[in-house]
Ligand binder design. Sequence first.
Ligand code: UD1
Length: 420
Amino acid sequence: MQSFIIKGPTKLEGEISASGSKNAALPIIAASILASGITTLKNIPDIVDIQNLLKILEGLGAKTNFENNVLTIDTKDIKSYIPDKKLVKNLRASVLLMGSILARFGKVEIPTPGGCFIGPRPIDVHLAGFEALGATITQEKDMYFLEASKLTGNKFTFGKISVTATENILQTAVLSEGESELRLTAIEPHVTDFCNFLVKMGAKIDGIGTHFLKVKGVKELHSVEHEIIPDQIEAGTFAIAGAVGKGELIVNNFIAEHHDMLLNKFSEMGVNFTLGKNNITLKQNRALKPINIQTEVYPGLPTDLQAPFSILLTQAEGTSNIFETIFEGRLNYLHELNKMGASAIVSNPHQARIIGPTPLHGTHISGLDLRAGATLIIASIIAEGTSEINGAEVIDRGYEDIVGKLTNIGANIERKEEEY
Ligand code: UD1
């Protein structure tokens, strides 16, 4: 086990760049299985979630090569439809293999996926979609067995707008016979990038970027080259760091059109920023106003930016409210922020109040989940004194070279082996 030791406060200044999108890269890698050949992917973030997904693909028979953020995957020799159980349990995104393996082999045996503890994360919508396309599903303990002698296009309305369910059902629909009409699909930028990748492979999808997709099934897809878009959440997290960081910070690979609501909320609070071509510059020199935030599906404020945004709210002059509408159990990090001096009151699993401004101080805290971990790192950088954040491995799942990137802009952060 490792932890991060951070000494604060330090100014954050200079330039920092978001890597490729984790949540686009993961489904795109899973979808490489849909074709037999060599897929080349550029701008793949070097993070633990990607390494774990590649291990699963290799276990199925794929050959992979990953250097300098360029990944090649040769899927010609994939023969197995049973991904390694232990590895699948380590990675929530392994649920995406359900769709791709089912579509290529007509069957898949896979356990319930693991991932961050941010509340219950059922996969009922995924399963309903597979059934609508003709799969039969049996469950024994924590194992799912999906089988389809033939996949047939259908009309399917998602019971919830879900990012990975949309990606999973799309993977299956593009290789089903006939037409599918998918309603209430997710439209996050990473979902759009994923759709664009499928279209490059030869899929026929109409309505990309909307909640209604029409898919004409094709007999086969071919392997292609694709460059992953920048990570919306990492870019947004760095922008928030710039807004609390006291120095002048430029965040590169910040695509303004992916951040409508974040920028609206920055303006409402009085965050001082200027937008450039694919970057944002922040230099905070005035008091922040308290506001209310509510997480929504895209283009609303992403649930993955809810925790980082709360750091800004601790520095605002008055009471702000958080309404987390997507997940339950995604406010637990506030108890850790309170240990650092914040004044947050969690009213129920979806709502909290933050009273600011409160100076933050370093202490011993736990990263809990991926986004909570990134939040506590930034809080610790602006806090007075030394912080120790447990669970560095959780943060490494989703942020490439977080220590190197933050050190480069002035943070005093290092990694330490935890002693037991
Ligand atoms: C993806 C992202 C995650 C992000 C989330 C919301 C990846 C790998 N992860 O997760 O970082 O926080 O989108 O933007 O892309 N739901 C059901 N039944 C289902 C599926 C989902 O009830 O079968 C519910 C969930 O519990 C949640 C909501 O739908 O309340 C949205 O979740 P979903 O979009 O599916 O999240 P993920 O795809 O797991």
